[in-house]
Design a protein around this ligand. Structure first.
Ligand code: C2E
Ligand code: CA
Ligand code: CA
Length: 722
């Protein structure tokens, strides 16, 4: 169809176009009113015209009566005042004479009535009897009386009847004493329309009806306008409470109806707009899954529903390990593709549509289960993790992804989405630390949140305010008794709380990720110290502790290298102590970082050895030079044969793998003798020295004299294991 071809207008449309300047809601009432008014005006005009006609007819009758009086009594013989005229000629002669005399008034008809009949009825005096008899009969009793009764002063009477004007003069008849005759003149008012009198009433009635109609239409329109406006204003009120409720379009009048339609269109438009905005604001553009913001909204809803319905639901969070690595090695685009594949696989694993899957972080997904208990949530978490077992195919390569999951239940584990999400994430982090796949949140995982926050702020300030101190604990060579170096141990000199030991803030720094800053600070301090020792002619090694979190940082090797370069410290002078657990969290990733560090020349040491679960096979693959036996085995080894045996095994193992062994927690001379006998390479412990402020170290080294342990007595059980 040609859109420019306008359809030919219908009569209704034409009418509407004509009536355009009129407000639609007033068209009908105005038309009705105009009709009524024009009828009224016409009626008034006609009424005036009729009045004039009647006056004229009456005037003719009056003149006719005067002629009649003159004919009855010639001039000069008029009857006295109050005396009735008398008829001296026969009525027929009078009638004929009068007709003759009133010929110039064709509208006036003349009759003379006499009362000759026995029944006393009045009769016209001529042969035209039927006409006048009918006219007489048509009069009402009152009119007949007005016609025939003599007036006290003998003057004529006038009255209107049957649309005509009448005049009557009662005269005495001297020939028949006591008898009377009536001279009756009547005239038709000269009205053009003979049915005018009736039409006049019809017009009046029409006007009245028109007025009533206009009034009622106006009232009805007013009522509809009021009702329509009320509905619309009710809608505006509701619109502040609900989100764009449907507009109640008023049925009429047209303007209001149109307004309602426009408002409805507008709300539909707003609906769509808001949907669009919601879509973009609440969807993750990469995976098209709900994003964290939307997830939180839905979670909040589910939490309050669970609270009302007194049931429980669960949230599972899932973190992909080594994902950063994929991004780094294969590039951002491949990383994105992989994320989409993960999203698809996870979605396909969900049992039904009630489970909401979202991407709540870079490589973090979450699944909301509206109704679940601990067991079913764990099951789902495991199923989701299990779905990751099959490697992902990316550009022809098989990519192995590992994930950890955390579970939090609601409403018990949090009052709102934020709390539940962060608790599930907390459980997920614990799972990672414990090298297990899934953990369910428990309150003891959660250090006091508020306190944590202020602690974090304080800790950040501690770095800038130089409140952190480095302590050093010497390491001694058990074969030469020489000082080989020291382990750097951090302390916090808090302005109010005094000296805080690492247990008081290191785990927290690990949880919050701040440990990265601390580790770099320690390495920088250690490098500075080493430089001063070197300049003072001391060639020692310095050991620093790295945490699990540090090993997750791909950039760690290059950061450390940069620091050492800055201070002109050879990497071989620095031992990096890494706990066994740290290497097990994400073995492949840890291995890469460690390899890189080793390549750069750093010495690597497995700290707290014996507390983790690393396999020999795995240990063999790590580029480490040193095993540090956990102090729990060393502390009592001089009295606990089992501990002594464990220490011996570890030493043998390390040596078999070509590693050097350090025993930490050396507290007695007997233990020293035992360790020496077991060919442990190095020792560290309170027996040698507790950690000391770094500034005291050089003096301590210079003053160091190895204790003599030769005289220590060892039980035979112990000498036997040597
Ligand atoms: P660690 O790496 O195993 O450090 C050895 C801890 O054993 C030190 O405690 C030291 O004071 C203590 N120790 C040494 N010899 C003996 C002994 O003969 N008997 C007993 N009972 N204890 C002994 P400290 O300094 O309190 O450090 C505790 C832990 O804090 C460290 O364990 C390490 O895991 C962590 N830490 C300390 N400084 C740092 C740091 O700079 N970075 C990181 N990531 N962790 C650190
Ligand atoms: Ca250590
Ligand atoms: Ca240790």
């Amino acid at each position: 169809m040609n859109p420019s071809a306008a359809p030919s207008p219908t009569p209704i449309m034409l009418l509407k176009r004509l009536a355009l300047p009129l407000p639609g809601l007033l068209i009908l009432p105005i038309l009705a009113l105009a009709l009524a008014l024009s009828g009224l005006v016409w009626t008034v005009l006609r009424h005036q015209q009729a009045g004039a006609d009647q006056r004229h007819a009456r005037e003719e009758l009056r003149q006719g009566m005067q002629v009649a009086r003159v004919m009855l009594h010639p001039i000069g013989q008029q009857p006295a005042q109050g005396q009735a005229p008398a008829l001296r000629v026969p009525p027929t002669a009078l009638q004929a004479g009068l007709r003759q005399a009133l010929q110039w008034m064709p509208n006036v008809q003349v009759a003379v009535l006499t009362q000759e009949r026995v029944d006393g009825a009045w009769q016209p005096s001529t042969g035209e009897a039927p006409v006048w008899t009918d006219a007489y009969e048509a009069l009402s009793l009152l009119e007949r009386k007005a016609l025939t009764a003599p007036t006290p002063d003998g003057s004529p009477t006038e009255f209107d009847a049957n649309g005509q004007v009448h005049a009557a003069l009662s005269v005495a008849t001297p020939d028949a004493p006591g008898g009377r005759a009536v001279v009756w003149l009547r005239a038709e008012p000269n009205v053009t329309d003979p049915g005018w009198a009736r039409a006049r009433w019809q017009l009046m009635l029409g006007t009245l009806v028109g007025c009533l109609l206009a009034g009622s239409l106006l009232w009805r329109q007013g009522w509809r306008v009021r009702q329509g406006l009320r509905n619309l204003s009710g809608w505006t009120h509701r619109a502040t409470q609900e989100e764009w409720p449907e507009v109640p379009v008023p049925a009429g009048p047209t303007e209001l109806h149109q307004l309602g339609l426009r408002m409805r269109e507008l709300t539909h438009y707003r609906h769509h707009r808001e949907d669009d905005i919601r879509q973009t604001a609440f969807r993750d553009t990469l995976t098209h899954l709900p994003n964290r913001a939307y997830f939180q909204v839905r979670l909040d809803q589910q939490i309050s529903e669970a609270r009302q319905g007194q049931h429980s639901g669960a949230l599972v969070t899932l973190d992909l390990q080594r994902f950063k690595h994929v991004n780094a090695v294969l590039g951002q685009a491949s990383g994105d593709t992989l994320l989409r594949k993960v999203a698809l696989r996870l979605s396909a694993t969900l049992p039904d549509a009630h489970h909401l899957l979202g991407r709540v972080g870079g490589n973090q997904f979450a699944c909301l289960i509206p109704r679940a208990d601990k067991v079913s949530a764990m099951q789902l978490a495991k199923r989701l993790l299990h779905s990751m077992d099959t490697p992902f195919e990316l550009d022809g390569q098989a990519i192995d992804l590992m994930a950890q999951a955390g579970v939090a239940l609601f409403p018990e584990d949090g009052r709102n989405a934020n709390e539940v999400l962060s608790h599930a994430e907390m459980a997920m982090n614990v799972a990672r630390q414990k090298i297990t796949s899934v953990m369910v949140y428990s309150p003891d995982m959660d250090p006091d949140q508020a306190a944590s926050l202020s602690l974090l702020t304080e800790l950040k300030q501690a770095v800038n305010r130089h409140e952190l101190k480095l302590y050093l604990q010497p390491k001694i060579c058990l074969s030469t008794n020489a000082v080989l170096g020291a382990e750097a141990l951090i302390r916090w000199q808090h302005p109010e709380k005094g000296l805080i030991q690492p247990e008081g803030f290191i785990p927290f720094a690990e949880q919050t990720g701040f440990i990265g800053v601390l580790s770099l600070w320690v390495v920088d301090q250690a490098a500075t110290l080493w430089r001063t020792w070197h300049d003072a002619g001391l060639t020692l090694k310095i050991a620093v502790n790295l945490s699990t979190r540090d090993l997750m940082d791909r950039d760690l090797p290059q950061h450390l290298h940069a620091i050492l370069t800055r201070h002109q410290v050879p990497p071989g002078a620095m031992v990096l102590e890494i706990t066994e657990g740290a290497t097990m969290d994400d073995p492949a990733h840890a291995q890469q970082i460690l390899t890189r560090l080793s390549e750069l020349g750093f010495l690597l040491s497995i700290d707290d050895f014996g507390t983790g679960y690393s396999s020999l096979a795995y240990l063999k693959t790590l580029p480490v030079q040193e095993l540090k036996i956990d102090k729990s085995f060393v502390l009592n080894m001089q009295s606990d044969l089992n501990d002594a045996k464990i220490v011996r095994s570890i030493i043998d193992l390390a040596h078999n793998l070509g590693m050097s062994v350090v025993a930490e927690g050396l507290e007695s001379a007997k233990s020293w003798k035992l360790l020496e006998g077991l060919h442990c390479n190095e020792a560290q412990g309170f027996f040698i020295s507790p950690p000391m402020p770094a500034g005291e170290f050089v003096d301590w080294v210079r003053a160091w004299q190895a204790p003599s342990v030769q005289d220590e007595y060892l039980n035979t059980d112990f000498t036997n294991i040597l």
